[in-house]
Design a protein around this ligand. Structure first.
Ligand code: FEO
Length: 395
């Protein structure tokens, strides 16, 4: 994809990864992009690089604007390999006068590449760097989402280069939010938040407050993945504010798997109970839904229900995987419930309940049925759905 001028003399020079389908456990079924930005000023500056296999895309794009060796400064906003995997080759190629990064990024770069001859210069929140006609102010955003993460803000342009934050995994030929369908864009942004940023929601709240207090004016947000927020940068800040407060709607997500359809039959009956009480329900069989799509639905759900058969005295493997993944992302303020069919031991319901309690869910109830549910058993499942709905109303 050719370079794109995002502001006068500031270019997107990144790469599009149309074919990636798994981003360490996150299903990127629409690919992603690795964004890098080149600022032409007295000091020509490259902000971030791309994933290693895309080195030639980056160099080609830079070449269309300047000779790579004319780049004076390199800014590393984030150490993770999708943005710094080609650092040795890039530094060798452009031979920058300086490489700016946070203190934690300095440690991270050394731990990844074991190079002590790079011209690293540590910056911190508030450090201002002159590029000539423009300047860059750095803002460390530790644990959003790595310890090294940082934003670069160009006040003269009201441009925030935001590293992973405000990104989306979505490969497109368009570069700006106002060139694509807003609904689709926000769905990708929500999935990205639910699977990457959710765990750090308290820090997001703190960051939004800090940005407000500092009076930073923003008319463009340029993340390292996906579309650049040009039309309505406030839209994604408002969404992050809402998502990080983990505001829930009148929605329940039923996450289940099944061996011989008994637990599935129970899931449908639980859903009936919820719907009868006016709750919107998302049924997510783990045979049909990827864990990262489930998390996207969990983001704004008031209740999360798990259904698993008991297999070998334990959880069905897909349910164990989902619980482990969800636990790491720390959703808050949910009402939980568990159900499942079993043959002779029936530990799964207890295990799911314990896992949800460990996540801080408020448990509304549970149902276990031996082998195949019949009328009475299904009535219990409907009642469980109703009970969860009542707990949602009271919460
Ligand atoms: Fe896009 Fe945390 O790397």
């Amino acid at each position: 994809m050719p370079p794109c001028e995002v502001k006068k003399d500031i270019y997107w020079v990144g790469a599009i990864d149309w074919n990636i389908r798994d981003f360490h456990g996150y299903s990127t079924y629409m690919g992603t992009t690795y964004n890098a930005y080149l600022v032409l000023d007295e000091k020509v500056t490259l902000f971030d690089t791309v994933k290693k296999p895309f080195m030639s895309d980056l160099i080609h794009n830079i070449h269309k604007i300047v000779k790579p060796e004319e780049i004076d400064y390199l800014v590393v906003n984030h150490v993770e390999m999708d943005h710094s995997g080609n650092m040795p080759e890039i530094i060798e190629r452009i031979k920058p006068e300086k490489v700016f990064c946070s203190k934690m990024a300095e440690k991270g770069l050394r731990a990844h590449f074991h190079r002590h001859d790079w011209p690293l210069e540590v910056v911190e929140t508030g450090t201002s760097l002159s590029l000539g006609n423009r300047s860059v102010t750095f803002l460390e955003t530790r644990m959003l989402h790595w310890p090294d993460s940082m934003f670069s803000y160009i006040p003269e342009e009201k441009l925030l280069i935001s590293s992973d934050a405000f990104g989306q995994h979505w490969a497109t030929s368009e570069r700006f939010d106002d060139e694509v369908n807003t609904r689709e864009l926000m769905a990708h942004a929500a999935k990205y938040y639910a699977n990457i940023i959710l765990l750090y929601s308290r820090l997001v709240q703190k960051l939004i407050k800090t940005v407000g207090e500092l009076g930073i004016e923003i008319d463009m947000i340029a993340p390292d993945h996906g579309l650049i927020w040009r039309g309505e940068p406030g839209r994604i800040i408002e969404a992050y504010d809402k998502w990080s407060r983990q505001e829930a709607i009148n929605k329940a997500v039923i996450i289940y798997d099944t061996m011989w359809h008994s637990t599935e039959t129970m899931a449908n009956a639980v859903a009936d109970g919820l719907v009868q009480e006016g709750v919107s329900v998302k049924m997510m069989s783990l045979k049909a839904s990827h864990r990262s799509d489930v998390m996207t639905e969990v983001l704004d759900a008031k209740a999360v229900l798990f259904g698993s058969p008991t297999l070998n005295n334990g959880l069905f493997p897909t349910i164990a995987d989902m619980l482990c993944y969800m636990k790491g992302l720390k959703p808050r303020g949910k009402i939980g419930a568990a159900f499942g069919s079993y043959g002779w031991s029936g530990e799964a319901v207890k295990l799911m309940t314990k896992a949800m309690e460990e996540m801080g869910f408020d448990i509304a109830g549970s149902v276990r049925i031996q082998f195949v549910p019949e009328h009475e058993g299904l009535k219990e499942c409907v009642d469980l759905g109703r009970k969860v709905a009542r707990a949602m109303k009271e919460a």
